[in-house]
Structures are given as structure tokens and as C-alpha cells.
Design a protein around this ligand. Sequence first.
Ligand SMILES: [Fe+2]
Length: 195
Amino acid sequence: MKIPSKEQCYQLIHETGMMDHIAVHSIQVCRVAMLITEKIVSFFPELNQDLINASALLHDITKTKSLETGEKHAQSGELLLTDMGYPEVGYIVGQHVRLARYQNSDDLVEAEIVNYADKRVTHDKITSLSKRMDYIMDIYGKTPEHKMRIKELGKRTKKLEDKIFEHIRFSPDKIDDLLEPIENSDLYISFMKHI
Ligand SMILES: [Fe+2]
């Protein structure tokens, strides 16, 4: 499996002209995903941490472009990364808005962690799942059908949150306290040095 390194992810972020606030959002999502992974990997040792790291950093790789083109950025991100020779990363990016399968089984896969982490970060701020879903509803809930789909997505993601936190000793609202302020984080510092 080919997974881009952190430096390659940064390079791609720059090359594609990602807007700064989307880059910072991506770093935050990555930090949340890696914190969860660190706390849960002993229960799910098959989780690939490098894969989670790269997929979280690159999950919005086509978002900037999508603001102009109106394309579905999860799908176009998947295509781009698959074309670049990273199909496994692409597969996870393709599911960051909505998972291909929501399951209550005891299994936990990389795509679920990245998807959940993205539902905990609004712009660069770590927020509760319900606040993030309220934001998604405000922005994307344009029609009754969209509203219903977003409500359903919120319910499914809540079940995912319950599944993840069954194994973690702290509650979902403690994520913010457990992370260093973003300005002090290694990921942010090395990203800023890179640009
Ligand atoms: Fe996204």
C-alpha cells in the first residue's frame, strides 16, 4: 500500500492551492483523528496509523476547487488521490462526508475515524458533534430532503461516536482539553515551516 508521507501531504496541499483555513481545518481533523487512534489502537491493532494520518490531512484536498466548480469534493478527492497512486487514501477521503457503510459491529476501520474526526472540527475549532451537525444543517440543509439526510447523518454519526467512545476512557467533550493549542502542535509547526 502506498501512503504519502507528511511532507508529501503538505506538498500536495500547497500545490493544489488549498485555502489557509481549509489547511488548518485539515490539521485539526488530523490531530483529533490521531488522538482517537492513539487511545483506541490497543483494541483495534489492525488500524493503520499512517493511513489515518495521511487521509485526515488530505480529506479536503479538492474542497477549495469545489467551491468554484460545485463538484462533490469527497468524490473528486478520492479520484485525485486514486489517480496519484494512493487508492487506499482515496477510499477513505471518499467517505469523509458520508461513510459507505454504517455498522454497529465491534469492528472499527480507518474511514470511520477520519469521518468522525471531521465531524468534530468546524473550521479550525474543535466542537461537539451536535454543534458541527447544526453547522452542516445551516450550510447544506437547503431543502426538506437535504434536511432529512443531514438529520439521519447526525444520528448515524452519534452511533459511531458511541461506538468509538465505548473503548476510550474520556468523554467526547474532553478532546479539546487533551490536545495542545494548535499553535503549539508539532503538526502545525512543521506545516508552517514547510510553507
Ligand atoms: Fe470535507
